[in-house]
Design a protein around this ligand. Structure first.
Ligand code: GTP
Ligand code: MG
Length: 200
């Protein structure tokens, strides 16, 4: 059974103490505000409005858990880097996402960056924070770039993570490929034999 064919919302955590007990394997989605993390989750799940999306940056302020067919979870993390968010909210983000990343061991973290301006200072911080954690870097909103720009962006981002893909929730570019990659990682995790971290 393909793991992405069925999904349901499980719960939201607003504070570190709300996080559910560690259990099923998780794939976490992280990145700047408004880059399209929630949209990417919907695209991968083939569900339009399951994860709430918005034109207004900072829509997702809680950690939201979605469950797949086999019990694995997709975890939508609140975005960072939106200047107009009050300082207190930024601090809350830091403590909530920090608590998540430090206390759980997701099978992989999907780092979403806007293909038009990837790798901001905060993105670099996140990648540094993730260290050796298995990472898939999505260059989102690829539909906003020409073919030539897409190619140049992909080349430029290759060194940032072992696995980098162009992605669009609108045209569905990269969706199947990313779903296969993530499903493969979940499967390997289930068998407890992790594939090499090298790019494929
Ligand atoms: P936060 O929850 O605020 O961190 O944002 P997010 O990263 O979850 O972004 P979200 O998925 O809510 O999308 C933000 C905006 O970008 C929405 O208006 C989406 O419709 C739009 N968007 C998301 N993905 C794409 C894409 O692939 N292409 C285009 N053109 N727009 C997109
Ligand atoms: Mg969101």
């Amino acid at each position: 059974m393909k793991p992405f064919t069925q999904s349901r919302f499980v719960m939201s955590a607003a504070l570190p103490g709300d996080l559910p007990p560690v259990g099923p394997p998780e794939l976490a989605f992280a990145g700047r505000s408004n880059v399209g993390k929630s949209s990417a989750i919907n695209a991968l799940l083939g569900r339009k409005g399951l994860a709430r999306t918005s034109k207004t940056p900072g829509r997702t302020q809680t950690i939201n858990f979605y469950e797949l067919e086999g019990g694995e979870r997709l975890v939508d993390l609140p975005g960072y880097g939106y200047a107009r968010v009050p300082r207190a909210v930024r601090e809350q983000w830091r403590s909530l996402v920090g608590a998540y990343l430090e206390s759980r061991h997701p099978v992989a973290v999907v780092v979403v960056m806007d293909a038009r301006h990837p790798h901001t200072d905060l993105d670099a911080q996140l990648l540094g924070w993730l260290g050796e954690q298995r990472t898939l870097l999505l260059l989102s909103k690829a539909d906003k770039l020409s073919r030539a720009e897409q190619k140049a962006t992909l080349e430029g981002a290759r060194g940032l993570a072992p696995n980098v893909r162009l992605f669009s929730s609108v045209t569905r570019q990269g969706v199947e490929e990313c779903r296969d990659l993530l499903a493969g990682w979940l499967q390997a995790d289930r068998g407890n034999k992790k594939p090499p971290v090298k790019g494929i």
